[in-house]
Design a protein around this ligand. Structure first.
Ligand code: F6R
Length: 617
């Protein structure tokens, strides 16, 4: 939530910062703004709405400056998304400019205190207090030491924040502070960068520096200095980003989401790469938790939000079946508020694409305080959640720019299956043959997804025909239920439609009253093999809704003729083991939601009111 960029070096800071913001716009698009230093003055421009509005304003009133620059793309928390509340915010003398990601929880008290000493506030934001405080502290330090002023300010702030600031008194310096909200440094040659996400500077450098909690960084063209809030130097972790700028380009597609859906087979293959050995065993070396740690686990708790939560719900079925360890799944935002029972024998699995969702991060911290072991499943290298966890399994989906999660969901599923199978392997469970068979099946999932993608054109046509529908319901059983939930979530967030998922067995306990003539109902049908009871039950459920007028859109295994008579539209997916079916069954739902949203004229990469990474609670 909110994207931040900072640059210092010989290039045009304005250009570098605006280009960086373009790559971070997925983090928020309520407003955008920049501040650049030059000729002893601070030049700022900011506009409500998407970055295009800021670009237009900069064309009309070009701003000059050869010093450092900062920029911000906003997801509004405090104050309406208008020009005044857009970042950067400046002090009354216009000597310092600040951009901020997070929420300053004690801003109201600080604002009163600052107003008492004569500061004039012009915005409704919490951020403006940081600009005035910084200016006050800077004056205390003889207008010389912006980093010392930043450290003093941070000690007064409560909440979550990344702050990035520049001052006219030191035009070749950018100073930033980090508590809870993401921030990463990009090291260049004679130039340095700062951003919420490496995507902002990947076109310039792939050498990154992780910043830890409660650290302040001073960025000059030739140096990066990191200290704690007391000014003590701290060691930093440097890493090489293993994807290049083209991975974060649309690559000929009109939308990132379309490209990311198509990238799914490769993303799954990359996530599985190097983990399945020829003798059928799994190796998850990077995970950091030892086999002994995993053997002592008596209970698993999965915590996550949104789409990642749906991955967790599916993981529960697989883990309990393969490992016989009780597994709970909970939305992270509720978890720590109910006094959950955790101990050293509890393994908490935190699933987060971004590794920055505040709800999940807070749940991770809580779990560790209770002495549970925490294993993260994450897509963004070096992000906060894996850094604060005992172990991590990275998905290798590459950057996901579309706000709606697609390829990262399928790779999270792959990672969950790997963890489930690995747990079964290290605990020496009796399902050895079954595990080997599933591992072999897992390896074939990229080609199955490819097959689904090759045959989804009818799904697109169907979606276009439903652009005027008000409601779509989704039904599933077993692992098909979380898949139905994911289908409904995609439709809500992209097409802004009422979409709801039900466990098909719950239908007769109330929701069936919603069914009326022509209502589209999407049903995920389990494989007829193996758990055929489940299959037969859902076939009955399809008939029940159809008898009441529903238009049934049935997602079923190719060759499952039993559902054909009751399907107004039949979408066939490859036959795979029931527990792995979510990987193939989700894809038509993604395509359906994306196409329906496009038919309604919606921006599928930047749906209204949303931001990719939710870094406030
Ligand atoms: C839905 C979506 C969100 C995220 C949720 C968690 O398409 O993208 O529901 O899944 O905000 O985000 P992460 O996985 O980054 O913690």
């Amino acid at each position: 939530m909110c994207g931040i960029v900072g640059y210092v070096g010989p290039q045009s800071a304005l250009q570098v910062v605006v280009d960086g913001l373009a790559r971070l716009e997925y983090r928020g698009y309520d407003s955008a703004g920049v501040a650049v230093l030059g000729e002893g003055a601070l030049h700022t421009e900011k506009r409500a709405g998407k970055l295009a509005n800021l670009r237009g304003a900069l064309e009309e009133h070009p701003i000059a400056g050869e010093g450092a620059g900062i920029g911000h793309t906003r997801w509004a928390t405090h104050g309406a998304p208008n020009d005044v509340n857009a970042h950067p915010h400046v002090d009354n003398d216009e000597r310092v400019a600040v951009v901020h990601n997070g929420i300053i929880e004690n801003f109201a008290a600080l604002r009163l205190e600052l107003e008492d000493v004569g500061c004039k506030f012009i915005s409704e934001t919490d951020t403006e207090v940081a600009a005035h405080l910084l200016s006050t502290e800077l004056a205390r330090h003889g207008d010389k030491d912006l980093a010392a002023a930043m450290r003093a300010v941070c000690k007064r702030l409560e909440g979550a924040f990344t702050l990035v600031a520049v001052s006219v008194d030191d035009p070749d310096l950018v100073v930033a502070a980090r508590r809870n909200s993401p921030l990463v440094v990009g090291r260049g040659q004679g130039e340095n960068f700062l951003a919420s996400d490496v995507a902002a500077f990947i076109a310039h450098t792939r050498e990154a520096v992780e910043l830890g909690q409660d650290q302040v960084v001073e960025l000059r063209p030739d140096s990066v200095r990191v200290t704690d809030y007391d000014g003590n130097p701290v060691e930093v972790n440097e890493y090489h980003v293993d994807w290049d700028a083209s991975a974060a380009e649309k690559g000929g597609y009109d939308y990132f989401m379309l490209k990311e859906i198509v990238e799914q087979p490769r993303a799954i293959a990359d996530t599985l790469l190097g983990r399945l050995s020829v003798d059928g065993a799994l190796t998850l070396d990077e995970m950091r938790l030892s086999p002994e740690d995993l053997r002592s686990v008596e209970k698993i708790v999965i915590i996550a939000c949104g789409t990642s939560y749906h991955a967790g719900l599916i993981a529960k079925y697989a883990i309990e079946h393969w490992c016989r360890i009780p597994c709970e799944v909970e939305v992270a935002s509720e978890f720590r508020y109910r006094d959950p029972i955790l101990d050293r024998q509890t393994l908490v699995i935190a699933i987060s694409q971004s590794g920055e969702s505040m709800d999940t991060l807070m749940a991770v911290r809580y779990a560790r305080e209770q002495r549970a072991k925490v294993l993260a499943i994450c897509n963004v290298n070096g992000s906060t959640i894996p850094r604060e966890s005992d172990g991590v399994l990275y998905t290798h989906a590459g950057p996901e720019v579309g706000v709606a999660a697609t390829k990262t969901f399928l790779t999270q599923l792959a990672a969950c299956y790997l963890i489930g199978l690995y747990l079964a392997q290290v605990r020496g469970l009796k399902f050895g043959d079954e595990i080997e068979a599933v591992i072999a099946q897992l390896a074939t999932m990229p080609e199955h997804v490819e097959k689904v993608l090759d045959t989804v054109e009818p799904v697109r046509e169907l979606a276009r025909s439903l652009a005027d529908a008000d409601t779509v319901l989704f039904l599933g059983r077993h692992v098909g239920y979380p898949v139905a939930m994911e289908g409904a979530l995609k439709l809500k967030e992209l097409a802004y439609m009422h979409a709801e998922a039900f466990a098909a067995g719950e239908l007769k306990h109330g929701p069936i009253a919603l069914i009326e003539e022509g209502l589209p109902v999407v049903v995920v049908v389990p494989s007829p093999q193996g758990r055929s009871v489940l299959h037969d039950k859902i076939v009955s459920n399809i008939q029940e809704v159809r008898a009441r007028g529903a238009r049934t859109i049935v997602i079923a295994e190719a060759g499952d003729e039993s559902v054909r008579p009751y399907s107004d539209v039949l979408i066939e997916i490859p036959a795979v083991p029931t527990l792995l079916q979510p990987i193939v069954a989700t894809v038509p739902m993604q395509v359906f939601a994306c196409e329906l949203a496009l038919a309604k004229g919606n921006d599928v990469d930047q749906p209204r009111n949303l931001a990719k990474s939710v870094t406030v609670e």
